[in-house]
Design a protein around this ligand. Structure first.
Ligand code: SAM
Length: 237
């Protein structure tokens, strides 16, 4: 079987040892049933990916020795997903898929029609960590605290383009993405969409560029996933 892979607290260094407790020890010891001498792949979201060996696997803790660096931490495209908060299972899906596709960060946004205005940070971290482990990423996206749409726009950095996914129309997304160089973000609305005041506010913002993902109205999570996929295909090196 292939070696279990997991994110651990860093920094990892050649010849070092790490003692894991709690969920990580449970995963390695009870779920993966590792024993002394077994191989484990560990990432710390800072130095990269390392081959490790199990020194001991007890009931409550697992000790690893760090053997050799396998990969540097990946270069993450500077693309941020600003997604309106959705019902929990749908936002969980967005977090998972945004991680797989390779965003640098997820900024949850609270808008007038949002049915949720909170996000459990531990739960969000667990989802992005498991998604990154599953698809062998060596970096975790940051998950920011939810912010209101007006605050997001007010504090928006001048050097970052804000692609506004608008079902009412805009430039075709792939062409707009291909024409852009530099930091960027994608704004997607909630289940009920943006109201007219919000739409006007976003469209009037100097960094905002309305894009369309096609003539059909997509569910918010579909809009997030398809737009990130397009960005990564066009500009995500
Ligand atoms: N208010 C809309 C309605 O009920 O007719 C639906 C909003 S849609 C479910 C949720 C979000 O997905 C929108 O706010 C928008 O950001 C994005 N979206 C959906 N379809 C899109 C499309 N064809 N092009 C661009 N963005 C889209």
């Amino acid at each position: 079987r292939s070696a279990p892979r997991l994110f651990v607290p860093g920094p990892l260094e050649d010849g070092g040892q790490i003692a894991l407790e709690g969920q990580q020890a449970h995963y390695l010891g009870k779920v993966m049933r590792v024993g002394a001498g077994d191989a484990v792949i560990a990432c710390d979201d800072a130095t990269g990916e390392w081959a490790c060996e199990v020194v001991s696997a007890g009931k409550r803790d697992v000790v690893l020795s760090v053997r050799m660096k396998l990969r540097e931490r990946e270069d993450v495209p500077d693309f941020v997903l600003c997604a309106a908060l959705l019902k929990k299972p749908n936002f969980d899906l967005v977090l998972e898929k945004a991680t797989e596709l390779g965003v640098a960060a997820v900024q949850p946004v609270v808008t007038r029609r949002c049915v949720a205005d909170k996000l459990n940070p531990e739960r969000a971290l667990t989802i992005v960590t498991e998604a990154a482990e599953q698809c062998a990423r060596t970096a975790l996206p940051r998950v920011e605290e939810p912010t209101r749409l007006d605050a997001l726009l007010r504090d928006w950095p001048e050097d970052r383009a804000l692609f506004f996914a608008d079902e009412q129309g805009g430039a075709p997304a792939a062409a707009a993405f291909a024409a852009h160089k530099g930091p960027a973000a994608l704004l997607v609305g909630p289940e009920g969409g943006f109201d007219d005041t919000e739409r006007d506010l976003v469209r009037a913002h100097p960094q905002a560029r309305a894009i369309t993902l096609g003539p059909r109205i997509l569910r918010a999570e579909t809009a997030c996933i398809s737009a990130i996929g397009l960005w990564m295909a066009v500009s995500g090196d």
